[in-house]
Unconditional design. Structure first.
Lengths: 411, 373
């Protein structure tokens, strides 16, 4: 009996795409290759909305499934066998696979799919024949078509395939198929979740973190890198732009009315983020705001922050309760890092009585007390870009040393 | 950069590093082996043990070596038999306090003795808690956050008056080489010390166990150290530890030198408005002081390019919660939040006091501009 072990990858929404489908599939395969580059000699091919992964060593199977299950665009994964398409081989492999897995009893059902219509036996008959072979080999197994313990799937394509295990994956769209967005990453629980949700729709992310040293510590910054690293399980690679923010906060503190301190801080964050976003060709900003969570997240405050920028602001957790956000954070593995107790914002700059219903014209009047352009310019000149992947920081560069900085200056 | 966080850990003396390196590369033999090379290593160990024992005025047979202060503390406290009671102070290091759970699992009870606003244990209050079921009392000698010195001899007397069978352990990690740690004068049954707080290597400590004290090993294995603590003996670490003690003892006025430095800092820093000394009578190595209106963590961050200071204990200072020690001393929140720990070691000098205090003063002035509105 000759066969190959492999993984069948089922794509989610991609197969709903029409003429653009090859673009989505190509992007997904590239993302898969990136994510699996820790394994040698991996081969990936595609046929009729199924993607096949070959050459995974049995000892790496579990890890490979785990990695693949976090790639957006993949709906489910099945470790399978591939072999020559004869009905005998189908029976032989199904029986042997069950034996190898130690399954000799319980109920089952065989589901057959004949994608290759030249194959002479029709699907119901394939299912019945393979089922018969299994019953013969394992007298303790029984057929149950309605509520079986396991479903044994047989697919006839260019080759034949058998599998009975399906690992669910994250779904969504392949990263890179829906542009790029800049995520304001604070170090709290909400922003990594917001990033995850937008990335899931195929959006490549850049992170932006505002850093108030010495009012917050170096460790708070390290924590953001750790969160970014954790997000890389899903997004493979993330650049985080660190914006020194102390001077702006101090200027707002010194010159503007107390009750607008928070909202003005948010507006500055949005404005600087928008500039970085444009440099990086991002089509939107992403934040972890949720209605009413804090003073800067009331509807009136959100209007005021939105007004600071022209890019659309995506807030995927806007309608979620904290508990719901925490649940996703736990699921994606960022929760434990998020709750590490390094202060990411300093209470000194949080007024005791912030305006919860700020009036836009008053806020703009308060903002006019500052030399906005000079402050933003000064901050931009000190921005650092930190490239991170699943293993940690891989590269650091100052924004002023990047080629895109020259375009920024021209503008 | 001026390093003033010696209670977190110290820089090793270069002579210590040399001894450790020699021991690792030349006298690396396992002392349990029969050949003569191993015997030489054993001799080195014996003489190091003597030095360490002598520094505590103990007999070498009364010393077991551990991986550090935490293991020494754990070993002492977890020796309590099932069903017994252990009394500890509210300001102990987590190496003691975190044993509450394993003790509970064993059916023991950990009773917490409160401290005075100065951070020390009152002998009468402690005596009140002792009963016939009290197996062990553990009170630290010098507190690692405030430098408060407990009157150990007096506390031992109070405990033994109430129950002569009760054992007394003291965590002497911060006291060792800084205040008198003569175990006979103190009257303790067990005493923990650590090498890296006195310019020795990390990963090595000792536990003094008075002759004839009932004792259950904490680590089992090949029966090294007379079956009291198994595991290949860390000869390089122990030799380095002994070397550090030798260096400090040879200068003969180590504690006085630190006291002078501390008093110079105290005088200068107390001249800063709204500063408050947390513990007036404290060990010469630790100065605990609050600069009201300045968050300890912000000051620590702002200073770190010029002066490194501490806040709480190094083991807990990553957390932004107020330390359990300051809380137990009933310090108001605004004082506790503003309390920093400045701690001295052999490499500090009187000459650097001016520069360090100037930086501290500047950063305080800067940070005080930003009060929560």
């Amino acid at each position: 009996m000759s066969y190959r072990n492999m993984i069948i990858v089922k794509v989610g929404e991609i197969h709903l795409k029409g003429l653009n489908r090859p673009f989505f599939e190509r992007t997904l395969i590239n993302n898969m290759k990136q994510a699996l580059k820790c394994f040698e000699d991996i081969r990936i091919s595609i046929s009729q909305s199924r993607i096949f992964v070959y050459n995974i060593m049995p000892e790496n199977l579990e890890e490979a499934l785990n990695i693949l299950s976090k790639i957006f665009g993949i709906h489910a994964l099945s470790p399978a066998r591939e072999f020559e398409k004869t009905i005998e081989a189908c029976i032989e492999n199904a029986v042997d696979m069950l034996k190898q897995a130690g399954i000799t009893s319980g109920t089952f059902k065989v589901k057959a799919r004949r994608a290759d219509k030249h194959f002479p036996i029709e699907s119901p008959e394939i299912a019945a024949t393979v089922g018969g072979g299994i019953l013969e080999a394992f007298p303790d197994m029984k057929v149950d078509l309605h509520n079986p313990d396991r479903i044994i799937e047989v697919e006839i394509r260019d080759k034949a395939y058998v599998y009975f295990e399906t690992v669910p994956a994250v779904g969504g769209m392949p990263i890179g198929t829906n542009g790029r967005a800049a995520l304001l990453l604070s170090g709290g629980i909400d922003s990594p979740v917001a990033g995850y949700m937008i990335a899931k729709r195929g959006v490549q992310l850049d992170g932006i973190h505002f850093y108030s040293y010495p009012h917050t510590s170096e460790r708070a910054k390290e924590k953001v890198f750790e969160l970014a690293q954790e997000l890389c399980a899903y997004v493979t690679r993330l650049s985080v732009f660190i914006v020194p923010f102390t001077h702006i906060q101090e200027q707002i503190y010194d010159k503007c009315p107390d009750q607008f301190m928070t909202i003005l801080t948010r507006r500055f964050m949005m404005k600087i983020s928008e500039r970085i976003a444009r440099l990086r060709s991002c089509g939107a900003l992403v934040t972890g705001e949720s209605i009413g969570q804090v003073a800067s997240q009331t509807m009136e405050s959100l209007l005021t922050t939105d007004n600071a920028v022209n890019l659309p602001v995506f807030r995927p957790v806007i309608g979620m309760d904290k508990l719901e956000i925490m649940e996703i954070a736990r699921k994606i593995g960022t929760y434990e890092t998020s709750i590490l107790p390094y202060e990411d914002c300093c209470t000194v700059f949080t007024p005791r009585h912030p305006a919860t219903k700020p009036k836009l014209d008053e806020v703009i009047k308060a903002e006019a007390l500052l030399d906005e352009e000079a402050l933003i310019r000064e901050a931009m000149e000190m921005v650092e870009r930190i490239d991170i992947d699943a293993n940690g920081v891989i590269h650091t560069q100052k924004l002023v040393d990047m080629a895109i900085w020259k375009d920024y200056i021209k503008e | 950069m001026i390093y003033l966080d010696n209670s977190a850990t110290t820089r090793a003396f270069s002579s210590v590093a040399q001894v450790v390196s020699d021991s690792m590369q030349e006298q690396y033999y396992n002392i349990s082996s029969p050949y003569s090379k191993a015997l030489e290593t054993e001799k080195a160990l014996i003489s190091a043990t003597k030095i360490i024992a002598l520094s505590l005025n103990a007999d070498p047979k009364e010393i077991i070596f551990t991986s550090g202060g935490t293991e020494s503390d754990n070993t002492a406290i977890l020796s309590a038999p099932a069903g017994s009671e252990v009394i500890v102070s509210a300001v102990e290091h987590h190496a003691i306090l975190s044993c509450a759970r394993p003790l509970e699992k064993k059916g023991c009870k950990m009773i917490i003795c409160p401290v005075t606003p100065l951070g020390t244990v009152d002998p009468a209050a402690l005596k009140n808690l002792v009963n016939e079921n009290t197996y062990l009392v553990s009170i630290m000698h010098v507190n690692n956050e405030t430098g408060a010195i407990n009157p150990i001899a007096e506390l031992v007397r109070a405990v033994k008056e109430k129950n002569p069978k009760t054992l007394f352990h003291s965590d002497g990690v911060q006291a060792f080489m800084h205040v008198c740690t003569d175990v006979k004068k103190l009257g303790v049954d067990m005493y923990s010390v650590s090498a890296h707080k006195v310019h020795g290597p990390k990963g090595v400590g000792a536990l003094f166990i008075k002759n004839k004290t009932p004792f259950t090993p904490f680590i089992y294995g090949g029966g090294q150290q007379n079956d009291l603590r198994s595991g290949t003996v860390n000869v390089p670490g122990i030799c380095g530890f002994a070397k550090a003690i030798e260096e400090i003892s040879s200068s003969n006025s180590f504690a006085q030198k630190l006291a002078k430095i501390k008093s110079a800092y105290t005088e200068k820093l107390l001249a800063i408005p709204d500063s408050k000394l947390i513990c007036p009578n404290s060990a010469p190595n630790i100065l605990s002081i609050a600069f009201l209106g300045v968050k300890a963590s912000s000051l620590q961050n702002a200073l770190e390019q010029e002066v490194i200071i501490g806040k709480g204990s190094a083991c807990t200072s990553r957390s932004s919660k107020v330390s359990h020690v300051l809380e137990a001393m009933s310090l108001p929140l605004n004082v506790a939040e503003a309390t920093v720990r400045i701690s001295f070691g052999a490499f500090n000098t009187l000459e650097e006091v001016n520069d360090a205090c100037e930086s501290i003063e500047q950063k305080i002035a800067y940070l005080r501009k930003y009060k929560r509105k």
